[in-house]
Design a protein around this ligand. Structure first.
Ligand SMILES: *Cc1c(COP(=O)(O)O)cnc(C)c1O
Length: 372
């Protein structure tokens, strides 16, 4: 049997170890330190935004953004149905209601026309998600937001460095959020970031991140804030990864190309779609299989695992989960509900070799052709 090929793994090199060691030796191990400042300014620069605020993870980045934008209990926030659960949960933490829009069948990102159909006088914000590395249609979304005076928080947790016509995700909305969880394009262990061009919003984010402490009167608080800070140790790891991010992204593109060369000959297999004006960073190589269903897909995953290849299913539509079953959708979101059960993600990570990709492809084709 082949060596086991995981779905994802971080690439931790000498630079990461050096920076983390340095942070430890400095004694600044908690949430004050040079690495935090450097990580924030370098990340803002990378995204082409003026400011960045580092936080404990990508989920609280969303929660903090909504709080700082003054989204309130009872408000409605439109999110895509097909995404990681954190997008909708962040809306719930506020006491607001997630309303689930359908996705575009090609990009798998939120469908602007579906957003339009769901707007009511309670709608206050939209959270487009740049899913699996592909940018959502930000030009159409910003147009709708302007027309109805809605805030836009981009959930870019899966798409560091992706862009539209050369402008990077995170820089289109009022703010954009990122995750540095271990399986994301870059990691800080746990961690997140919010980027924005709006100075007032920046100040509000920093204030709420640190217990809403009065900047002049120490230990005085006019509001209930949060402890959503990142540590200097995490920021050291994050900075080292950020300095390698261009390479990480290039490798993801290579990996996609290798899979594409190996798999595009087989009928009924569809790999990640990329719109003309978009730069896809392929967080995961995704496979949509014609005429598949959940049972067949789960069986395929099992057979892959038996042959030493890990995989992961697409996200389930969030409106299928018990806590969101009664939430508003766009006529039950037919695209989200037909796509998720046919989708599977394949191993995609920086340290993968072409040989690993060839192995995964061969195993996959053998199973699908039924000659196993
Ligand atoms: C990973 C992810 C998050 C949450 O990030 P954490 O750092 O794990 O909290 C939010 N949204 C999406 C789309 C994600 O993929």
């Amino acid at each position: 049997m082949n060596k086991f090929i995981p779905i994802s793994q971080p690439s931790i090199g000498q630079k990461e170890i050096k920076y983390v060691n340095d942070a430890m030796k400095s004694g600044w191990v908690s949430s004050i330190g040079d690495y935090i400042d450097k990580f924030e300014s370098k990340f803002a620069k990378f995204c082409g935004t003026k400011y960045a605020v580092a936080v404990s993870n990508g989920t609280v980045a969303l929660h903090l953004s909504l709080a700082a934008l003054n989204i309130k209990r009872g408000d409605e926030v439109i999110v895509p149905d097909l995404t990681f659960i954190a997008t909708a949960n962040a809306v719930s933490y506020i006491g607001a209601k997630p309303v689930f829009a359908d996705i575009d069948k090609e990009t798998l990102c939120i469908d602007p026309e579906s957003i339009r159909r769901l707007i009511t006088n309670k709608t206050k914000a939209i959270i487009p998600v740049h899913l699996y590395g592909h940018p959502a249609n930000m030009n159409a979304i910003n147009k709708i937001a302007k027309e109805f005076d809605l805030k836009v928080v981009e959930d870019a947790a899966e798409s560091h460095g992706a862009g539209i016509d050369g402008k990077l995700v995170g820089s289109f909305g009022d703010c954009g959020t990122f995750s540095f969880y271990g399986n994301k394009l870059m990691t800080s262990g746990e961690g997140g970031m919010i980027v924005t061009d709006n100075k007032k919003l920046l100040q509000r984010l920093r204030f709420l991140r640190d217990h809403a402490m009065d900047s002049k009167k120490k230990y005085w608080h006019d509001e209930i804030g949060f402890n959503y800070r990142i540590t200097n140790i995490q920021a050291a790891l994050g900075l080292a990864q950020l300095e390698r991010l261009d390479k990480f992204i290039q490798k993801r593109k290579d990996i996609f190309r290798w899979y594409q060369n190996n798999l595009s000959g087989m009928k009924g297999l569809n790999l990640n779609f990329t719109k003309n004006d978009c730069d896809n960073v392929y967080w995961f190589v995704c496979l949509l299989i014609d005429n598949f269903n959940q049972k067949k897909r789960d069986r395929l995953s099992e057979l892959l695992k038996e042959r030493g290849v890990d995989s992961r299913p697409f996200f389930y539509p969030n409106s299928q989960m018990p806590m969101y079953k009664k939430s508003k959708t766009d006529k039950k979101n037919p695209v989200s509900n037909s796509i998720y059960s046919r989708g599977i993600c394949l191993p995609s990570y920086y340290d993968m070799t072409k040989k690993d990709v060839d192995t995964v492809s061969k195993v996959l084709l053998t199973i699908l052709n039924g000659d196993s």
